[in-house]
Write a protein that binds this ligand. Structure first.
Ligand SMILES: CC(C)(COP(=O)(O)OP(=O)(O)OC[C@H]1O[C@@H](n2cnc3c(N)ncnc32)[C@H](O)[C@@H]1OP(=O)(O)O)[C@@H](O)C(=O)NCCC(=O)NCCS
Length: 380
């Protein structure tokens, strides 16, 4: 039993955590016992960060102080902005640019490297505050515009949209984006969180953990799927193809449908339900129902085909792209936005794990040759 191999670590318990719980059988997600639906509708991203990092929902006074401390850390050093300019100029992809810039941020952190562990939450607050500034600057420069300095009077969500566009967002956009941040903040030991934890378990500093988390999140099997979904919807739109025909062709070619399937959820992801409802509201108020129509058609078809019944149901990425599109956010910024939110969860898990740290070090079953006879280089 001890030697049982679990490919992809499926179902393996590696730690205890008070942070979030995913019930994949019924489609339930809680952060510290609070249902994601209640948090998405009732709490700001700052409240959720406080909950994850400090264990309980803040009082109004605690939230004010916490949000002000976070907002005070938004500015990044000019050198980082210059690097972001260079990366944009070289045509770097946004997730790769974010990974490089996040790693660079550590050079300007006042905490000592030797404080790793003790400094995790302090440094984590700085990273969380600065990632939106880096991302917005990257996008502005790519568009031939100058970066916009952060405004400490705006919320985490509102300030990001402001830095992206140069204009203060309206209430609906700010609330919608804030909800998306809350929905993505934590999700058990997903691949990027586990990556950050593995790095944190070596007692490396949290910049290393977050940089690793960004790398893990960038893959199409993880955070990259939201971009893939939107690219499919754009492709369908540009070719005037029936979205159902696109899915049929993809399945005939043996391709996966992005935004469907999940390692833990065997029913529809509760975050997908919330975002679908949000998309419906946005479509109704704008009168533009295109993305809603396409996603609904794809989901209905795959439900009829029995895929959803088999447990390959819509996940959070199936609807998030359409919501971001309605906010005017470019497609290749979707995964970086996921990182901008999930960084809260990475930091919470690293801090929690380091409180009772043990180096994470699994084993592989060795299937290579035995007793290989060494032949010196000049005789091979
Ligand atoms: C998320 C994901 C990687 C989880 O995969 P997993 O737990 O490792 O499950 P597997 O890859 O072993 O897939 C199990 C079966 O479901 C099928 N499947 C899984 N996701 C599918 C999808 N999106 N479309 C079609 N079939 C899918 C697989 O082909 C496999 O079928 P098989 O056993 O006949 O070969 C997978 O569902 C996927 O690739 N989804 C698309 C990408 C995506 O949306 N990612 C974001 C997740 S939040």
């Amino acid at each position: 039993m001890a030697d049982e191999l679990k490919r992809g670590l499926e179902g393996v318990l590696v730690a205890e955590s008070d942070l979030s719980y995913v019930d994949g059988e019924v489609g339930k997600l809680v952060y510290r016992g609070y249902d994601i639906e209640d948090l998405a509708r009732g709490a700001s991203y700052e409240e959720v960060l406080y909950l994850l990092w400090h264990g309980s929902l803040p009082t109004a006074a605690e939230l004010d102080a916490f949000a002000a401390d976070l907002a005070a850390e938004r500015e990044v050093d000019d050198d980082v902005i210059e690097t972001v300019r260079a990366l944009a100029g070289a045509g770097e992809r946004p997730m790769a640019a974010l990974r490089t810039a996040t790693s660079m941020l550590s050079a300007y952190d006042p905490d000592d490297e030797a404080d790793a562990g003790e400094a995790t939450l302090r440094q984590g607050r700085r990273i969380t505050a600065k990632i939106p500034t880096v991302l917005a600057a990257f996008e502005r420069v790519r568009q031939g515009e100058e970066p916009v300095a952060p405004d400490p009077d705006l919320s985490h969500a509102g300030n990001f949209l402001y830095m992206l566009t140069g204009t203060e967002p309206d209430d609906v956009s700010e609330e919608t984006f804030d909800m998306a941040l809350t929905l993505h903040a934590d999700h058990g030991l997903n691949a990027s969180t586990f990556t950050a934890m593995v790095i944190g378990s070596t007692m490396a500093d949290v910049y290393s953990g977050v940089t690793g988390g960004i790398g893990a999140l960038s893959g199409p099997l993880h955070g990259g799927a939201n971009q893939d979904v939107m690219e499919v919807l754009h492709e369908v739109d540009a070719s005037s193809k029936d979205p159902v025909q696109w899915v049929k062709d993809a399945r005939d070619d043996g391709r996966r449908v992005p935004g469907f399937g999940h390692r833990v959820y065997k029913v529809k992801d509760p975050r997908a339900n919330i975002l679908e409802e949000k998309l419906r509201d946005l479509a109704e108020s704008s009168g533009d129902t295109k993305w809603l129509d396409y996603t609904t058609a794809i989901e209905e078809y795959l439900t009829e085909q029995g895929l959803v019944e088999e447990g390959i149901a819509p996940n959070v990425d199936f609807y998030s792209g359409s919501v971001y599109d309605s906010l005017g956010i470019p497609v290749d910024m979707y995964t970086p936005i996921f990182a901008m939110s999930r960084v809260g969860g990475w930091i919470a898990h690293v801090a929690e794990y380091q409180e009772d740290n043990r180096l994470i070090r699994p084993r592989a079953r060795y299937t290579g040759p035995e007793d290989s006879e060494f032949v010196p280089l000049d005789e091979r």
